[in-house]
Design a protein around this ligand. Structure first.
Ligand code: AMP
Length: 261
């Protein structure tokens, strides 16, 4: 008989539940508004561990003051339904005050990313990501933690952090799940108007076209192609770490994607 999914809402609860588990444990950190991309992480986690903990936490520390923290979609009931249907044992959804109690003063900084790709456009973003992921790893002591290649720089930052701090966990990357037309699934896609949704598909299509170009030509060519496709603003298009990566805006929605070269 399948156990009912436990919903844990405090650090104390997740630590207590973790301490009772035997066998291998996987952690899937998310900000919720779950979709088939998250589901792919969960499915992979289930092949690697006996127990899967999915965290849902919209982490204020990784949003800039002008970013979308307040309006980020929060759909915990639907998330719980998706995770129950997937057979997940533990949903961990702590409150901000519990994750960052009054007086919290320590952050994790992974060097070398603040000038690079998204790091250059989102000051402090990866400090927020690294800090919360370090906390989640310490709270849940998983054997393995899964991250999407969709957020490729995030995967690089977390891999570096775990290596440098010798956190005893395997970090596993999962390929990007896409809509039928190629658009990478994202919780932020729901912000797109119908017109912008039609333009959005050109992000992936452009990255595929750029794969054949010399790396030095990619930034200028990529920018030109994305602006011509209708993107309002292009933060970057670059070749780095064996990928072509881009971030571009449609209205007030920022989309990112990457493909390997
Ligand atoms: P988020 O909830 O957006 O913070 O994402 C939580 C995790 O799911 C991160 O490791 C993301 O990289 C991953 N993820 C988000 N979208 C996708 C996707 N379309 N395919 C694969 N993984 C994804």
């Amino acid at each position: 008989m399948r156990m009912e999914m436990a919903i844990l809402t405090t650090v104390a609860q997740v630590k207590d539940a973790r301490a009772r588990l035997s066998g291998r444990v996987a952690l899937v950190p998310t900000m919720g508004a779950l979709h088939a991309g998250h589901r792919a992480l969960v499915d992979k986690a289930q092949t690697l561990a006996d127990h899967v903990i999915v965290s849902v936490f919209v982490n204020p520390a990784q949003f800039g003051p002008q970013e979308d923290f307040a309006r980020y979609p929060r759909t915990l009931e639907a998330d719980a339904d998706l995770l129950r249907a997937a057979g997940v044992g533990f949903l961990y959804a702590p409150a901000v005050e519990d994750m960052y109690p009054e007086g919290s003063a320590t952050t994790v900084h992974v060097g070398g990313h603040e000038q690079r790709l998204c790091g250059a456009f989102r000051p402090g973003h990866f400090n927020g990501v690294a800090t919360v992921v370090a906390k989640l790893l310490l709270q849940t002591s998983p054997h393995v933690a899964l991250f999407g290649e969709k957020d490729f720089q995030q995967l690089m930052v977390i891999t570096r952090m775990v290596r440098d701090l010798e956190i005893p966990v395997d970090i596993v990357g999962v390929p990007t799940v896409r809509e039928a037309d190629g658009l990478a699934l994202s919780s932020r896609n729901r912000y797109l108007s119908a017109a912008d949704r039609r333009i959005a598909v050109q992000l992936y299509a452009t990255l595929l076209r750029l794969r054949g170009l010399p790396a030095a030509d990619v930034p200028a060519q990529g920018r030109e192609l994305l602006l011509a496709a209708g993107f309002a603003k292009v933060d970057y298009v670059e070749v780095d770490a064996g990928r072509v990566l881009a971030a571009a805006w449609l209205g007030s929605t920022r989309l990112i994607d990457n493909v390997h070269v």
